[in-house]
Design a protein around this ligand. Structure first.
Ligand SMILES: *Cc1c(COP(=O)(O)O)cnc(C)c1O
Length: 373
């Protein structure tokens, strides 16, 4: 035990009194709180990872390929194949999770004296990474139904002249996708104001009913699309995120990346996973069907549900005493952990396996009965 606390240390002023990011991980049978893919990697892929990592281990006395050429080439091939938009190595950059990609973007285009904006509720890490990089954070507006209020957002951009604009689509924690017209309108607003970088966070796009916005990078050097292998690829433990943008953006982030930031083991593992893309994307189809089932069944039970293009569903509304947190606890009492994101009146549940989703639906069904008893 130590009697010295964080605030007793000479930490930066903007970190004083703050808490680290993190969903509570509780040891319960059904964990549907962090948007992970519930399916472990298939055994043939596990074998392939072991093979490629063994190969990489023979060269661990040397630094890894700091430009991750083979991996970026394969990521570009995956993006080309799934979006129909022709990309090459030069358009793609990879790092340890898309959180690191976002950090590198903020180190490059944000930083002290600069500002970034997001439209909240959205992914809270955007604001936290902004703070960590000394970038001022502005919380922009949304409509009550969680769609982006284009007029108000454009006005906020004109007023604050941010250096970086974040648009998360499909959005976390609400689940809804942002239409291309909205992204284009905000891109125009951001270019008129400053010009600034627009980062489209597509962490969940593989689960979407619609298409990726990646083709929008064509002719728009200030537009960046960020992606991850943490969700659709079922590889949250791998820590591999990437971006697609004009090659100049890829050159720019190399000004701030740490040398050899992506280990040889990470590169080998990600390459093995990309060899099994088709198998992994079949799980995505199952999860999309389960996501749609959760939406339908929750609505049938009388809950309000935000349209979802992600692997999770936002449901409510829990007004009145205790509100959402009280309901979160009651669901937990039934052995199911969902997420209380702090959006007043709403909770978020990640689509799990059919059995896990059944356990969740049983819990909320019982709850409904209890509330009406
Ligand atoms: C989960 C998530 C990420 C992924 O972060 P990683 O660092 O790649 O695991 C990025 N953006 C959003 C909106 C997310 O929800």
């Amino acid at each position: 035990m130590s009697d010295v606390r964080i605030d007793d240390l000479p930490v930066r002023d903007e970190l004083r009194g703050k808490s680290p990011y993190g969903a509570p991980q509780l040891d319960v049978p059904v964990r549907l709180n962090t948007n992970e893919n519930p399916y472990p990697l298939p055994e043939p892929l596990v074998e392939r990872i072991a093979e490629r990592v063994r190969e990489a281990a023979r060269g661990l006395n040397r630094y890894p390929d700091r430009d991750a050429v083979e991996l970026r080439t394969e990521l570009a091939r995956y993006l080309t194949r799934t979006t129909g938009h022709e990309l090459s190595l030069a358009h793609v950059w990879a790092a340890n999770g898309s959180n690191e990609v976002i950090q590198q973007l903020l180190q490059t285009f944000g930083g002290p004296g600069r500002t970034a904006i997001g439209f909240e509720p959205s992914y809270s890490m955007h604001g936290l990474i902004a703070r960590g990089t000394g970038t001022a954070w502005i919380s922009g507006p949304r409509h009550d139904d969680f769609t982006v209020d284009v007029e108000a957002a454009a006005k906020a951009i004109a007023e604050h002249q941010p250096d970086v604009v974040f648009i998360t689509t499909p959005n976390n924690p609400t689940g809804n996708a942002v239409p291309a017209e909205t992204v284009l309108a905000l891109y125009e607003a951001a270019q008129a104001a400053k010009p600034s970088m627009v980062v489209v966070d597509e962490a969940y796009v593989e689960f979407s009913h619609g298409d990726s916005l990646l083709p929008l990078i064509e002719g728009r050097p200030n537009l960046v699309v960020s992606r991850t292998m943490s969700k659709a690829f079922g590889a949250a433990g791998l820590r591999l995120g990437y971006l697609a943008a004009h090659p100049a953006v890829v050159d720019a982030v190399q000004l701030v990346r740490l040398p050899y930031h992506l280990s040889a083991v990470t590169q080998a593992t990600a390459l093995a996973a990309l060899e099994h893309t088709d198998t992994l994307l079949k799980y995505v189809d199952q999860l999309k069907a389960e996501r749609d089932r959760l939406v339908t069944e929750l609505r049938a039970l009388g809950y309000e549900v935000t349209d979802s293009d992600a692997n999770f569903v936002q449901f409510g509304r829990f007004d009145g005493e205790g509100g959402a947190h009280e309901v979160w606890r009651k669901i937990l009492d039934r052995g199911v952990l969902v997420r209380d994101n702090g959006v007043p009146g709403w909770l978020r549940v990640t689509a799990g396996t059919p059995d896990e989703n059944d356990a969740f639906l049983d819990a909320v069904r019982e709850l409904k009965k209890e509330l009406h008893a």
